[in-house]
Design a binder for this molecule. Structure first.
Ligand code: HEC
Length: 109
């Protein structure tokens, strides 16, 4: 019984310490979900706009940016004619969206 208790405690401590690693990491999310189009470190590519110095990212609220990420931007809403494709909507949870916005705001400012 005592051993079991100890094991449980060890598990709880391990869980408590691993929690920060589970927090959404904007740089990692960007790398895996966005960089193929928006370039490494948000530098842009032939497919999608850069976030470095991007006025929309700089001046828009978190909500407005989150809406573009959640809903995408296509058809009549499309802003950049030089890119053949639109922005595909992304399936990320709110924490992940918040983290990725913090990341791209860092590059924009
Ligand atoms: C398949 C390519 C692709 C992927 C993947 C992609 N985007 Fe985009 N994104 C685009 C394109 C193209 C545009 C420009 C749309 C337009 O013409 O308005 C865009 C526009 C945006 C804008 C608006 C920028 C502006 O200057 O108005 C934001 C914000 C954005 N993307 C965020 C993201 C984030 C965050 C991710 C990853 C979670 C992501 N995108 C993944 C292609 C992509």
């Amino acid at each position: 019984m005592k051993r079991l208790l100890g094991l449980g405690l060890t598990f709880a401590v391990a869980l408590a310490f691993s929690a920060p690693a589970l927090a959404a990491d904007g740089a990692t999310i960007f790398k895996s979900k966005c960089s193929a189009c928006h370039g490494q470190d948000g530098a842009g590519s032939a497919m999608a706009p850069a976030f470095k110095g991007n006025e929309f990212i700089k001046n828009s609220s978190e909500t407005d940016i989150a809406n573009v990420i959640k809903n995408g931007r296509n058809g009549a809403e499309k802003k950049y004619k030089q890119f053949a494709i639109g922005m595909p909507k992304q399936t990320l949870n709110d924490d992940e969206i918040k983290a990725v916005i913090t990341q791209i705001k860092t590059w924009a400012n």
